[in-house]
Design a protein around this ligand. Structure first.
Ligand code: FMN
Length: 211
């Protein structure tokens, strides 16, 4: 069986390799980009990673908007600035001199907006937002794939969502998760993580120490 673009769905997992762990550990959020071509084939390969992400009952609620137009990118750039300014009204970390004051670059890198359709949700007993979880998994899959192809990337959730939906003509009832941007990295950030001892509980929270 092949899909519309002729790519056969994989039926057997690839052999395990040592590289995925190293990839996961060394991926970082890259926010500064150098200009430079990203071939369409690479963008499509990254979109493939999003396509193959899991979703509840395989309902596949996630859609991707590949923003190619410089005009639309410019509109998003203005909105990114406005979104940060609005947040900065309440939280100083988003002001220009704050620790998260950088306005994300929407013009230099490739931009993929990620949206999710709530009608492709399940009717769990609890309020189901699996469609948003699925989209989040697609974002991380694209992030890792972009990094594995040599690109720096960051997911940006910091949007006045309704205005972003209007720019991109997204139905109001859908969730706009944000934008995934990737391109040629102009920085190599070195963030760290809490040690597993502070993250993992055995049996119950906070539980016994991890062996
Ligand atoms: C759900 C989510 C939303 C994020 N939103 C933003 C954002 O709006 N702007 C931004 O610059 N980075 C954003 N990031 C990137 C995080 O700031 C970054 O992943 C975190 O600081 C850890 O850094 P690292 O990925 O380099 O290890 C987001 C990450 C996640 C998972």
């Amino acid at each position: 069986m092949t899909n519309a673009r002729g790519t056969p769905p994989p039926t057997t997992p690839p052999p395990p390799g040592p590289s995925l762990g190293a990839l996961i550990r060394s991926r970082r959020a890259v926010r500064r980009f150098k200009p430079g071509l990203v071939p369409d084939a690479d963008v499509n390969e990254i979109l493939e990673a999003g396509r193959w992400a899991p979703s509840p009952a395989n309902r596949q609620p996630t859609r991707f908007i590949w923003v190619k137009s410089t005009g639309v990118k410019r509109e998003l750039q203005q909105l990114a600035r406005e979104s940060k300014e609005l947040s900065g009204y309440w939280d100083p970390i988003f002001r220009p001199d704050g620790s998260s004051g950088l306005v994300n670059d929407l013009e230099t890198p490739e931009v993929i907006a990620v949206i999710a359709d709530p009608s492709k949700s399940l009717s769990n007993v609890h309020a189901d937002n699996g469609f948003e979880w699925a989209a989040a998994m697609a974002i991380y899959a694209m992030w890792l794939r972009a990094y594995s192809l040599g690109y720096g990337a960051v997911f940006v959730q910091h949007w006045i969502a309704e205005k972003a939906k209007k720019i991109l003509n997204v139905p109001l009832s859908w969730t706009f998760l944000g934008t995934f941007t990737f391109g040629h990295a102009a920085e190599a950030p070195t963030t760290d993580r809490l040690p597993l001892d502070q993250l993992v509980s055995i049996d119950r929270y906070p539980g016994r120490p991890r062996p």
